[in-house]
Design a protein around this ligand. Structure first.
Ligand SMILES: Cc1ncc(COP(=O)(O)O)c(C=O)c1O
Length: 404
C-alpha cells in the first residue's frame, strides 16, 4: 500500500523543473507581515529585488519590471510592450515552450514567423539567419528565444543568435526567456547583446511561484515607449516610476518579494559562479546515471548533442508504449520522488529529471536511486550501473578538485 500522504517520514524530493524546492530560509522570509504602501521598508524590499534581478541577469542598468504573474505573464508583457498589433516576432523552434509562446503571441493579434524545430537539437541558427536575411522589409520587430526549453532539456546558443542578427544587420530586438536557466547556467544579457530578459521566480531562483519579471535595456525601453499598442497592466512605460504602487500597477506581491530577496542573499553567499558550478556537477551526476541506465537498451538522452544538454533538467526517452504517468506515480507515491513528464510533442515519450535550484549531490543521489528502483518496478530494461556511475562521478569530481 502506498504511504499515507499526510504523514511521510523524511523528505519528499521534488525533482520537477519548476516549481523547485524552496529553502527554509526563503519560506520563512516569505512569511513576514505585509507593510503599508508608504513604508520605506517596502521601497527597500523592491529595490533589493531589482538589484538582485539585474545582478543575476548580467545587466548594468536595465529597467526591472516585476509582475504578480507566472512566466506566461512575462511572455505577455513582452508581446504587449514590444509589438504593435499586426507586427511580427521571429520565434525559433525549441519545442514545447517556443510553440506556446508563439501561440500566445498570435492570440494577442501579433504575427509570428517560426523556424522549424529539429527534434533533439537546439535552435537552428542557420534557419534563423536565413529568416532574418529574407526579411528585407524588416517586418520582424523582435526575436523571441527560449534559452532552455524545459520540456526537451535543451539549451540554445544565445551568442550565436546575436551574431546572426548582427551579420544580417537586422535591427530586431533580441528577447531571451531564461525562465528555466536563470540561476543555473551562466548568463549575462549585456555581454550577450540581449535586449530583454524574462523569467519567473519558481525555478533557479528557489522562490515560490507567482512572480514574473523582465529586465529591459534602453533600446527595448525606447521601442516600448514608441509602441502605440493599447495596454495597461503590463505597460512598462506606466510602471516606470519611483512609486511602488505604480511599479506593480497596484499592490505589490510583498511576501513573494520577501522570499526572493532572501533567495538572492543565499545565492550571493554561495557565490553565483559556485551556484553555476554546483548545477554543472549535479548535471554530471544525472548524466552518469543515464549513461549507465541506457546500457539496458530502453532509455536514452533526448538531446543528441551533449553540449546542448541543459544545466537545469535532463529529458530521458522511454520505449514506445511505456506508461510514463505510471512511472512517475511509482516514483512519487512509493518512493517520494516527484519528477516530470515531457510536454507538447514529447508527451508520453519521456520523463525529466530536474537538477535545478536548491539541491545537492546527496539529495540527487538518493533521488536517482529511487528513480532507478521505479524504472525496475515498471519493468524497463535499465543497465545495472546507473547509480554507481553517479557515485563515481561525484567521487571523481571531489578528487579532481583536490588535484588528485
Ligand atoms: C522556458 C519556459 N518558459 C516559460 C514558461 C512558462 O512559465 P509559467 O509556467 O510560470 O507560466 C516555462 C514554464 O515551465 C518555461 O519552462
Amino acid at each position: 500500500m502506498s504511504p499515507d500522504p499526510q504523514r511521510i517520514p523524511g523528505r519528499r524530493l521534488l525533482l520537477a523543473p519548476g516549481p523547485t524546492p524552496i529553502p527554509d530560509e526563503v519560506l520563512h522570509a516569505a512569511s513576514g507581515q505585509p507593510l503599508d504602501h508608504g513604508d520605506p521598508r517596502l521601497d527597500d524590499l523592491i529595490a533589493a529585488n531589482e538589484r538582485g534581478l539585474r545582478w543575476v541577469s548580467g545587466s548594468a542598468d536595465g529597467e526591472v519590471f516585476m509582475f504578480a504573474s507566472n512566466g506566461h505573464g512575462a511572455w505577455e508583457a513582452v508581446v504587449e510592450n514590444l509589438l504593435a498589433p499586426g507586427e511580427a516576432a521571429l520565434i525559433p523552434g525549441t519545442g514545447h515552450f517556443s510553440e506556446q509562446w508563439a501561440l500566445q503571441t498570435e492570440a494577442l493579434g501579433r504575427s509570428v514567423l517560426r523556424t522549424p524545430w529539429r527534434e533533439g537539437w537546439p535552435i537552428d541558427v542557420d534557419a534563423v539567419a536565413a529568416a532574418l536575411r529574407d526579411d528585407r522589409e524588416q517586418r520582424i520587430r523582435a526575436v523571441f528565444a527560449v534559452h532552455t526549453d524545459t520540456s526537451s532539456g535543451i539549451a540554445s546558443d544565445l551568442a550565436a543568435l546575436r551574431r546572426a542578427l548582427d551579420e544580417a544587420r537586422h535591427p530586431a530586438l533580441l528577447v531571451a526567456d531564461v525562465v528555466a536557466s536563470l540561476g543555473a547556467a551562466p548568463y549575462a544579457m549585456d555581454a550577450l547583446g540581449v535586449d530583454v530578459t524574462l523569467g519567473a521566480s519558481q525555478k533557479g531562483l528557489m522562490s515560490p511561484p507567482g512572480l514574473g519579471f523582465v529586465v529591459v535595456n534602453a533600446r527595448a525601453m525606447a521601442a516600448a515607449e514608441a509602441n502605440p499598442a493599447p495596454r495597461y497592466y503590463w505597460d512598462w512605460v506606466r510602471r516606470k516610476s519611483p512609486l511602488n504602487y505604480r511599479k506593480f500597477c497596484g499592490t505589490a506581491p510583498q511576501n513573494l518579494l520577501m522570499g526572493l530577496r532572501r533567495a538572492f542573499e543565499l545565492i550571493e553567499r554561495e557565490g553565483l559562479d559556485a551556484v553555476h558550478a554546483r548545477h554543472a556537477l549535479l548535471r554530471r551526476l544525472v548524466h552518469a546515471a543515464v549513461e549507465g541506465w541506457r546500457e539496458g537498451g530502453a532509455l536514452d538522452f533526448f538531446a543528441r548533442d551533449p553540449a546542448s544538454r541543459s544545466a537545469s533538467v535532463t529529458t530521458i526517452t522511454v520505449p514506445e508504449g511505456t506508461d510514463v504517468d505510471a512511472l512517475r506515480a511509482v516514483a512519487r507515491e512509493r518512493f517520494q520522488v516527484a519528477m516530470a513528464g515531457a510536454l507538447g510533442p514529447l508527451t508520453g515519450r519521456g520523463f525529466r529529471i530536474a537538477h535545478l535550484g536548491d539541491s545537492n549531490p546527496a539529495t540527487l543521489l538518493g533521488a536517482l536511486a529511487a528513480i532507478e528502483a521505479a524504472l525496475r518496478v515498471m519493468g524497463l530494461a535499465v543497465g545495472a550501473g546507473g547509480v554507481q556511475r553517479a557515485v563515481q562521478a561525484l567521487a571523481d569530481s571531489a578528487l579532481q578538485a583536490e588535484g588528485r
